[in-house]
Design a protein around this ligand. Structure first.
Ligand SMILES: [Zn+2]
Length: 157
């Protein structure tokens, strides 16, 4: 099987060694993929620089991301004085994991798609209404929509 999953990088992580080198945050992420995606024990390595990824690290990184994406337990939610809006939470997680997980990873696409829906939703605890959105927020919504567009349609406005 093609380790790039036909160039989708749906399961790819991000090489911390060579991603963003020379171009800052805007430089394309170097994908880290398993040599054989059908083999769960296959070693992972960077497609660009060939650096091997520590065994088991991909499961740990993705486990942390999945845990962070899960809704907090109701009890914990009550304890928080001010609940973080979905849009703010998605932005925070995308920022935190952007250097670790490839932007095309299914979880990152999921986060971007949630973010695109949250911006302009106007629902309490989710995101601002369209007319409350600042210009950078609007540009961000358009940006994430473009990124998830090939995955699913999110232009609902
Ligand atoms: Zn690399």
């Amino acid at each position: 099987m093609d380790p790039t999953e036909l160039g989708s990088f749906y399961s790819a992580l991000c090489c911390v060694r060579c991603s963003g080198r020379g171009g800052g945050a805007a430089a394309p992420a170097a994908p880290v993929v398993p040599a054989d995606p059908t083999d769960p024990d296959s070693p992972w390595a960077c497609l660009d620089c060939g650096a091997p990824y520590p065994p088991g690290r991909e499961a740990e990184v993705l486990g942390r991301l999945e845990e962070a994406m899960a809704p907090p337990p109701a009890q914990q939610q009550q304890q928080q004085e001010e609940e973080e809006e979905v849009s703010a939470r998605c932005e925070r997680l995308l920022h935190t994991f952007s250097g670790l997980v490839h932007p095309n990873h299914r979880l990152m696409i999921d986060l971007q798609s949630r973010l695109a829906e949250a911006y302009g939703s106007g629902e309490e605890g989710v995101g601002p209404r369209m007319e409350e959105m600042t210009r950078p927020m609007l540009q961000r919504k358009v940006q994430v929509c473009h990124q998830v567009r090939r995955d699913r349609k999110c232009f609902t406005w």
